[in-house]
Design a protein. Structure first.
Length: 279
């Protein structure tokens, strides 16, 4: 199932980020000039042709931006499903998203704040839920867990840090949506990624391994950086189905996204009404 595989990739990236996000926190605690100098050094190295330095520089830039607009497309059989909205990754340990996307055969608004997952948000949902607009999904709920993990996938700092540690290579200069970009590629070994995970039950670890390897033993990640070292797009795909099956995430409006709020407690319906919500 495509969604489960995406969730597995997301949790892998989030766990492997570990020490790198801690370094990001340290840079925040130092003065701004020192942080800018470090970023400048990284950018200079990146322009010199070191793809690992380019990704590290971009991670600093994206961490500083903290939020942005996000568009995700993913193949689903012969069609492509899509979601768009905003994401906030200021806090390395707390990614929040507010997106509208395809869920089964209907459009659904998905909101994640930290580790809390909500579905709904519109008038149609209120009609189905007796006037309430949202349902909060329990963490043990399979759907809730998948959405939570997928929300981590859109965190650009996670993606950049994971790719930087996977022997990235520069593909070349490319024009993307009218913008000149540097294209960098990294290939990540699925089994090595799973081996680096912690805090999973044996059943969860087995599910992650199976999900990641459903499309191959290797996962390819392509990233496009603009002249400001911002990540403007990334794609990922397995070696079985190849590039035609890539998931694509695009970033725009960096640093301009509105705060993602927790739905009011009084506007939450019962989780047992999930089937009414999904129609």
């Amino acid at each position: 199932m495509r969604a489960v595989r995406l969730a597995s990739v997301a949790v892998t990236a989030a766990v492997l980020l570990g020490g790198a996000t801690a370094c990001g926190n340290d840079s925040k605690s130092s003065d701004a000039k020192s942080g800018d100098a470090k970023a400048g050094d990284a950018v200079a190295a990146a322009l010199g042709g070191d793809p690992q330095a380019a990704l590290a520089a971009s991670a600093l830039v994206m961490q500083k931006a903290g939020n942005g607009k996000v568009t995700m497309t993913a193949p689903d059989g012969s069609t492509h499903t899509a979601g768009n909205g905003v994401a906030d990754w200021k806090d390395p340990g707390k990614t929040s998203v507010d997106m509208t996307g395809d869920m089964d055969t209907k459009k659904m608004r998905i909101r994640v704040v930290g580790t809390d997952v909500y579905l709904g948000g519109g008038d149609a949902e209120a009609a189905a839920l007796g006037g309430k607009h949202w349902i909060k999904l329990s963490s043990p709920n399979e759907m809730g867990a998948s959405i939570l993990l997928m929300s981590q996938m859109v965190n650009p700092v996670v993606q950049l840090t994971l790719a930087a540690g996977s022997k990235p290579a520069k593909v070349g200069q490319e024009t993307l949506d009218g913008v000149q970009t540097t294209h960098v590629r990294a290939t990540e070994d699925a089994s090595a990624m799973v081996a680096g995970l912690s805090g999973l039950t044996p059943e969860q670890r087995q599910a992650v391994q199976k999900s990641l390897e459903a499309e191959g033993k290797k996962i390819t990640v392509d990233l496009w950086l603009n002249a400001k070292q911002e990540l403007v797009q990334f794609q990922e795909y397995g070696d079985k189905n190849g590039e035609h099956d890539a998931v694509t995430v695009k970033y725009t409006g960096l640093g301009t996204a509105a705060k993602i709020e927790v739905p009011a407690a009084g506007d939450l319906g019962a989780e047992t009404d999930i089937l009414k919500l999904l129609g």
